[in-house]
Design a protein around this ligand. Structure first.
Ligand code: DC
Length: 227
């Protein structure tokens, strides 16, 4: 079945998560937050006491990941991992850094492939990650590579964490973002890079609504969306 997919890739803090969420809700399409899957694999591995380099162990967890994404009546997302509520820890910088490390393991990526593709269901899917356009949904009719300056990305992350009541340090965040960019874009398997047919959108200085409108404009030119 031909399900339209909007693939949004880009570095940490580029705003792709927020943009993907807003787009999916406006279109009434499904949402794949692929970074959350890598975060959950890393968390589960930690909880099971795996050594940091135990690729076979992480791949086994990725293949059988027991997780549920729920939305309560107020629209708040809740994420369960092996029955435990991990919503609060999932978005921390340390979970992101751990995810980036397991995401460099080829067999973990392979184990998550089918699970990610299964999110493509009618009426459509908005998929957010690093390799949505280059590996997971190579046939996606709409591919956007969303980026922003490293300074602005660090500042956005800082505000996001503060809003959630989490502690944050701007200088530390900037360094973590640069480290994560380097790790994600230099790994041999599925490195972060724009697909050859992606529209590159630099959102530095743009309000989020304007970014959503730009992505919608790209989508309208390629798939039938009635918005
Ligand atoms: O988007 P995020 O910050 O939640 O992603 C966490 C890490 O997971 C990111 O640093 C790299 C990795 N990742 C990936 O390699 N491929 C994806 N499709 C999504 C995330």
């Amino acid at each position: 079945m031909d399900v339209p997919v909007i693939a949004i890739d880009g570095p940490s803090g580029s705003g792709k998560g927020t943009v993907a969420r807003l787009l999916a809700s406006r279109l009434g399409w499904h949402l794949l937050d692929s970074g959350a899957l890598y975060r959950l694999v890393a968390m589960a591995g930690g909880a099971h006491g795996l050594a940091a380099d135990d690729e076979a162990g992480y791949a086994a967890i990725a293949g059988t990941l027991d997780t549920r994404f729920e939305t309560d009546a107020d629209g708040n997302e809740r994420v369960l991992l092996e029955g435990r509520d991990v919503t609060r820890n999932l978005r921390t910088e340390s979970a992101g850094a751990a995810a980036s490390r397991v995401a460099a393991m080829p067999s973990v990526r392979a184990a998550l492939l089918g699970r990610q593709r299964a999110f493509a269901a009618p009426p459509g899917l908005v998929a957010d990650g690093r390799d949505m356009g280059t590996v997971v949904f190579t046939e996606a009719p709409v591919k956007v590579y969303l980026t922003a300056s490293a300074e602005e990305r660090a500042l956005r992350r800082y505000k996001q964490l503060k809003e959630k009541g989490l502690t944050a340090n701007l200088a530390g965040l900037s360094q973590e973002i640069l480290d994560r960019d380097r790790r994600d874009s230099t790994r041999p398997v599925a490195p972060l890079r724009p697909a050859s047919d992606a529209v590159i959108l630099d959102s530095t200085g743009m309000p989020i609504d304007a970014v959503v409108e730009r992505v919608l404009a790209v989508a309208r030119s390629r798939v039938p969306v009635d918005l």
